[in-house]
Write a protein that binds this ligand. Structure first.
Ligand SMILES: CC(C)(COP(=O)(O)OP(=O)(O)OC[C@H]1O[C@@H](n2cnc3c(N)ncnc32)[C@H](O)[C@@H]1OP(=O)(O)O)[C@@H](O)C(=O)NCCC(=O)NCCS
Length: 191
C-alpha cells in the first residue's frame, strides 16, 4: 500500500508476511545467486518457511529491532533491504540486501539502502550503520563503497566454507559521515 519511488520503474515497499508467495517466487529466481552470500535461514524453500522469514522480520519490526523492505521492479518483487540488527539503545544497526540477477546493475540496492539509512540516521538517531559481508563478495563490497562506508576490519575465518574458512569484512558509516558525505575520508580499502 505504501511505496517509495526508487526510479521511474522501481519502488520500495514494506515486505510483510502476507507477501510470502511473492517472496518465495523472488527467492526461487534468486536462490542459486544469493545462497553463497546470505544466511541459509533466509533462503526459504517453501511457503511456510518463506512466511516464517517475513514473520521473523515483522516481529523484529514490532520490537523496534529490525525490518525488511522489498524492491519491486515493473511490479515484480526482485529483492530488498533489511535491518538484520537495530539496537536503538546503542545507536547501532546492521543493514543487508539481496537481488535476483535480472535486477542487478541498476543501482536499486544502493538507492534502497540510502532510503532506509536516511530514516535510521535522520529519524531514529542511529549513530553507526554496519555492513558485514563475505570478503569474496565483490558486488556487496562495491555497494558498501558506493554508500561511502569505510572498511573497519576483517574478521578472519569466521565460518566454514566450501573451500576454506570464510573471512567477514565489517564496513560502516557513522551518522555525521552519512549526513556530510563530502567530509568522509575514504579508507584505503575504498580507494
Ligand atoms: C549485493 C547485490 C545486492 C548488489 O547488487 P548490484 O545491482 O550490484 O548493486 P546496486 O543496486 O548498488 O547497483 C550497482 C550497479 O548498478 C549500476 N548503477 C546504475 N545506476 C546506478 C545508480 N544511480 N547508482 C548506483 N549504481 C548504479 C552500477 O554501475 C553498478 O553496476 P556494475 O556493478 O555493473 O558496475 C547483489 O549482487 C546480490 O544480491 N548479491 C547476492 C546476495 C548478496 O550478496 N547480498 C549481500 C550480502 S552482504
Amino acid at each position: 500500500m505504501f511505496a517509495r519511488a526508487l526510479t521511474a520503474e522501481a519502488e520500495l515497499r514494506p515486505l510483510e508476511p502476507w507477501r510470502a508467495e511473492e517472496f518465495l517466487r523472488n527467492l526461487d529466481r534468486a536462490r542459486e545467486h544469493i545462497a553463497p552470500w546470505v544466511g541459509a535461514s533466509f533462503v526459504a524453500t517453501d511457503l511456510p518457511s518463506a512466511r516464517a522469514v517475513l514473520q521473523r522480520y515483522a516481529d523484529r519490526w514490532a520490537r523496534d529491532a529490525g525490518g525488511i523492505w522489498g524492491i519491486w521492479l515493473d511490479g515484480v518483487l526482485v529483492g530488498g533491504v533489511m535491518f538484520v540488527a537495530f539496537d536503538t539503545a546503542l545507536g547501532v544497526c546492521e543493514v543487508g540486501c539481496w537481488l535476483e540477477p535480472a535486477a542487478e546493475g541498476r543501482g536499486l540496492v544502493t538507492r534502497a539502502v540510502g532510503v532506509v539509512l536516511d530514516w535510521a540516521v535522520g529519524q531514529r538517531g542511529m549513530h553507526r550503520v554496519e555492513w558485514r559481508t563475505n570478503a569474496d563478495n565483490a558486488r556487496s563490497l562495491a555497494v558498501a563503497r558506493r554508500l561511502g562506508m569505510r572498511h573497519d576490519g576483517t574478521l578472519r575465518q569466521v565460518y566454514p566454507g566450501p573451500v576454506r574458512r570464510i573471512d567477514i569484512e565489517v564496513w560502516s558509516v557513522l551518522a555525521d559521515e552519512w549526513r556530510n558525505p563530502s567530509t568522509t575520508v575514504p579508507s584505503p580499502a575504498a580507494i
